[in-house]
Ligand binder design. Structure first.
Ligand code: ADP
Ligand code: MG
Length: 726
């Protein structure tokens, strides 16, 4: 029996895990492992508590004495949960999270014994030997160390018996080496710009935050099958595998009842998420078999980003307990849907207004339209950089690949708002300085926006950036990604746009235009200028690709090409001029992305060659021997003609073996040629095209062989097994 049949039988024997639901209600244990405000109140002095609250709300600094106080309280809380270690928890550019654990135990020189302690210095700053994290040349080895610094805005938590302290990761020369620091900068920039604009409408607004509710898609595969798939283990996706006769054609999985074993996994995941203060809300089956989604209630963007990577970590940890492996890759299976991370995004004021929610009165509707049009303009003007922010080795298969929607950014608004903007546009086209009459009519149009547009917004699943009634849904983000980068770009672009809006409106007001008219005129202008980004049709159609090209919208066909947008003059104007990234940080990130891309594809190439040479070809040869014996026998007893059908199978098997061998040789040569290029960008471009193209050739032959070779001999789990056993 092949390993595959052992694995299938083991997988079939897996039963619902004996996970025991907690007796308490979620509201009783929600956040029990988080050092949140109520626990701070209990474990910190009044002054220390006030210092953390101020730091959270207005970014105030915490001095070292105070930090000592906070550290002591934090440790006492952690110890009360039986915790012995602490770690700065941060998000390096690897895309994963990192943590280095230390124990609280320390030598006490006064009492000459070991005691558990935790000081402010240790809380505030750590120096992990970080020389192995990617830094794109920023941290050359002679200045080897970077440091992590506590981010008081994000609460500490306990996971796996360790006190985790959310931190930013910075090089000794001050450059950020993570996603957190630039995200916080982008948020501050957006807060300032948006608050200033909100004051046109409501003088009481003091703070604007961006909100994020992510929807995380993923696949579950039985652990026994996963463990015998070198491609899944090493690359996160299947490099070989013929499609199953039935997969998602009938769409019978979408929103269907959740399989029992999966339900147990999700229940435990939710309980653990609640303990960490992650407000998981929705769970359902996705379109592809064995594909699922989990989504929380939205939160402020930086907290939501932390919670997303935290839950991804939890998902991986818990999957094993339920005999599953979780696949976060954007395209684990060819030919069926991939996984994304829909980033639902909006802006909220401290006065409790969602700025993308149509209002109850004309004034708030004018504010809504102003913000909406600024989003359109920001996305229009920065479409290339937004595409760069979601590009990755895995997402390339989901966007821009041969069986995926194109990597073109467009915005879906739905018919109601499209009609409204068309009317606005007509007036805007007529004259840049619209007359009083026009403005009066326009006011009426805007006044009429129904508050409950939410229910009027039609759904368009093909749009990468869709308005869904009271928020935008940025759907192009990859399932494995840290959502921070997309949010950094979106928030920075939006902030810059709002600064410009304020300048433009103020210029008109200074020249004597009434405020209301000035707002209208700028809204009109932006509506016209951003028109090209609006598209409500089918984003997957070929007509759209042609149309988008005519409109001059960027279409990034590979990740390396998309990332170029980060190292242009325009990107410098956006990020460097607004102190989100320095030029050096942008260059470094570009380099890290290209290096990672090359490494990942090289790993895929090696795994594919290994699978072809050590799994597929030997299996095909074994089958050839069976066929040969058969042909010999038939020829001997029945003659040449009778042996012809089997000879045909033999010939085609040989042809596929030859095809695999020659493509595999070419693959080695293509990798060598690509590596020999002097420039990282050129090497990456060759990996994107020449190297990847050969994957398809090898896969083509192998998948054909899978259809020819005796099922009993086939060594790797088939798609039907990976997708339907649960
Ligand atoms: P869908 O119909 O797309 O499933 P839902 O209403 O279920 O929409 O919301 C999807 C996600 O959007 C959830 O995570 C939800 O919390 C989030 N969301 C809702 N309102 C906002 C908002 N104002 N800002 C950010 N995210 C939001
Ligand atoms: Mg949604």
């Amino acid at each position: 029996m092949t390993l595959r049949f052992h694995a299938v039988s083991k997988a079939n024997s897996h039963v619902v895990s004996d996970y025991k639901k907690p007796d308490a209600r979620p509201e009783e244990f929600f956040g029990c492992n988080v050092f949140d405000l109520p626990k701070m109140k209990q474990f910190l002095s009044k002054e220390a508590y006030a210092a953390v609250v101020t730091a959270r709300e207005s970014g105030g600094r915490i001095n070292l004495d105070m930090a000592d106080d906070i550290a002591r309280g934090m440790k006492n809380w952690a110890v009360s949960l039986g915790v012995s270690h602490y770690a700065h928890w941060f998000q390096p550019l690897t895309g994963a999270t990192a943590e280095k654990h230390d124990t609280f135990l320390d030598w006490d020189f006064d009492d000459k014994k070991f005691i558990e302690k935790f000081s402010g210095t240790l809380l505030v700053q750590q120096e992990p030997d970080a020389s192995s994290f990617p830094s794109g040349g920023i941290r050359s080895t002679f200045e080897a160390r970077g440091y992590t610094a506590w981010d008081p805005a994000s609460p500490a938590f306990v996971m796996e018996s360790t006190l985790c302290i959310p931190s930013v990761f910075i090089s000794y020369t001050g450059e950020s080496l993570d996603y957190k620091a630039p995200l916080l900068k982008a948020n501050a920039f957006l807060d300032k710009a948006a608050t200033a604009v909100c004051k046109y409408f409501d003088k009481n607004v003091k703070r604007v935050t961006s909100t994020l509710g992510w929807e995380q898609e993923y696949f579950l595969v039985d652990a026994a099958l996963y463990d015998i798939c070198p491609d899944l283990i090493l690359t996160g996706r299947t490099l070989l595998g013929h499609s199953a006769a039935k997969d998602q054609q009938l769409e019978d999985h979408y929103f269907g009842s959740i399989p029992e074993r999966v339900a147990a996994y999700i229940q435990e995941l939710e309980v653990e998420a609640y303990k960490l203060g992650i407000p998981a809300k929705t769970r359902h089956n996705e379109v592809a078999p064995n594909q699922f989604e989990i989504a929380p209630i939205f939160e402020e963007v930086d907290i939501a980003v932390d919670h997303n990577i935290l839950i991804m970590d939890l998902m991986r940890r818990l999957a094993r307990k339920h005999n599953f492996a979780v696949l976060m890759h954007e395209k684990p299976f060819a030919g069926i849907n991939g996984s994304g991370k829909h980033n639902n995004w909006s802006l909220a004021t401290d006065t409790g207004v969602n700025l993308l929610q149509p209002g109850k009165n004309p004034q708030s509707n004018l504010q809504f339209v102003a913000i909406l049009v600024n989003v359109l303009k920001a996305v229009h003007d920065n479409a290339d950089i937004l595409l760069g922010s979601i590009a990755s080795t895995g997402n390339e298969h989901r966007l821009g690949g041969n069986e995926a929607p194109p990597a073109i950014l467009s915005v879906f608004l739905g018919s109601y708002l499209t009609d409204l903007l068309e009317q606005i546009e007509e007036k805007g086209m007529a004259d840049a300085n619209v007359g009083k009459e026009e403005i009066k009519k326009l006011t009426l149009d805007i006044e009429r926006i129904p508050e409950l547009i939410l229910h009027n917004t039609d759904r368009n699943r093909t749009s990468p950036f869709a308005f869904t009634g009271n928020k935008f849904e940025f759907r192009a983000v990859g399932s494995a990604a840290n959502c921070a980068l997309g949010m950094i770009v979106l928030n920075t672009a939006m902030a810059k746009q709002l600064v410009k809006f304020k300048e433009d409106v103020d210029a008109l007001i200074d020249a004597g235009t009434a405020k209301q008219d000035a707002l209208f005129q700028v809204i009109l202008r932006y509506t016209v200028e951003s028109k090209a980004i609006r598209f409500d049709g089918n984003g997957y159609s070929t007509e759209w690709q042609e149309e988008a090209a005519k409109r001059g919208l960027p279409n990034a066909t590979s990740a390396p090409q998309a990332w170029k947008a980060f190292v242009t003059e325009k990107s410098h104007k956006l990020f460097v001029d607004n102190s989100i990234f320095s030029e050096r940080e942008l260059d470094a990130r570009y380099e890290v992305s290209l290096e990672g891309y090359i490494k990942k594809i090289k790993i895929e190439a090696n795994v594919l060659q290994d699978l072809a040479a050590n799994f597929i070809v030997p299996t095909a040869i074994k089958y050839q021997n069976v066929l040969l014996d058969n042909v010999k026998g038939i020829t001997q007893f029945l003659g040449d003609e009778a042996a012809a059908p089997v000879l045909n199978i033999l010939r085609s098997t040989s042809a596929h073996i030859a095809g695999i061998q020659s493509a595999s040789k070419k693959l080695s040569e293509a990798c060598a040629l690509a590596d020999a290029k002097g420039e990282l960008a050129e090497t990456a471009a060759m990996y994107a095209s020449e190297v990847r193209a050969l994957f398809d050739v090898i896969r083509g032959h192998s998948d054909e062989l899978e259809m020819v070779v005796d099922n009993e001999l086939w060594p790797l789990p088939k798609y039907r097994e990976l997708l339907f056993i649960r």
